[in-house]
Design a protein around this ligand. Structure first.
Ligand SMILES: [Zn+2]
Length: 250
């Protein structure tokens, strides 16, 4: 089993029992650097580096992109660029939201897309309340590959994601264990395009909902998918892990 999206802070307890590997998503410069460092100490942890749209640092977009570029140059073991994208939900770090934020978010996003292409690493895309705009930007590139992390585009946008140029996967999280609507979405996603992720420490699946999340809880999401697919856990695991290996090249 593989958790394709988790956040583990330096010095934090690492709970990955039963997992083959875990992708550490990069939400900002500091944690991206930490990811690279943490991954060097544990072969089951794989680093991604990137900047989340709500963590954008207005005056330093170009500087940050250059710095990510350098980190990618120096660390060929990095498995992905991200998480990056658009987020139009209210920003607890900076409100209210205005148009300028969108332009800067887009610039930060496109900067990371360019890094994904340059370094031939898949993109981890974060999109909240901005799926149409995100798809429009992704659709303007030819050879991108990546995952729409914590996919929230509903049934109606599954086909739109599949129609994007390049190769796109859907990242599904612990809310699948308690949201019936999301189970309906999963039924529409081709089996060879599904990835499972915890986004730990957030989004804890049943039966631990409400508590802190850990990568090893990804097994509850696998179990739920096995039920939806009406397949054994073993067969389900094989298909999903193949997808993760293919996208991240691990
Ligand atoms: Zn994340």
């Amino acid at each position: 089993m593989i958790d394709t999206h988790a956040h583990i802070r330096k010095g934090e307890e690492i709970r990955i029992e039963g997992l083959d590997w875990v992708v550490l998503s990069g939400p900002n410069m500091a944690e991206s650097k930490d990811n690279v460092e943490i991954a060097k100490m544990n072969p089951k942890l794989r680093a991604a580096v990137g900047i989340h749209p709500q963590e954008l640092d207005s005056g330093n977009i170009d500087k940050n992109i250059n710095e990510l570029d350098k980190i990618l140059d120096e660390n060929p073991d990095i498995v992905a660029v991200g998480e990056c994208g658009l987020d139009f939900s209210e920003n607890p770090l900076k409100s209210p939201f205005d148009k300028r934020d969108f332009q800067e978010m887009e610039r930060l996003f496109r900067g990371q897309i360019a890094l994904s292409l340059k370094h031939k690493k898949p993109l981890i895309v974060h999109s909240r309340k901005a799926m149409e705009e995100t798809l429009e930007i992704l659709g303007s590139y030819k050879n991108l590959r990546g995952v729409i992390h914590c996919y929230s585009g509903g049934k109606k946008r599954v086909q739109k994601v599949l129609d994007l140029p390049g190769e796109w996967y859907f990242g599904i999280d612990g809310n699948l264990t308690y949201e019936d609507g999301l189970a309906e979405v999963v039924k529409l996603i081709p089996k060879d395009r599904l990835l499972l992720e915890t986004d730990s420490p957030e989004l804890t699946p049943l039966p631990f909902r409400g508590e802190k999340n850990y990568p090893e809880y990804v097994k509850y999401i696998y179990q739920k998918v096995a039920k939806i697919w009406q397949m054994s856990l073993k067969e389900t695991e094989k298909i999903i892990d193949e997808n993760a290996k293919k996208l991240f090249g691990v």
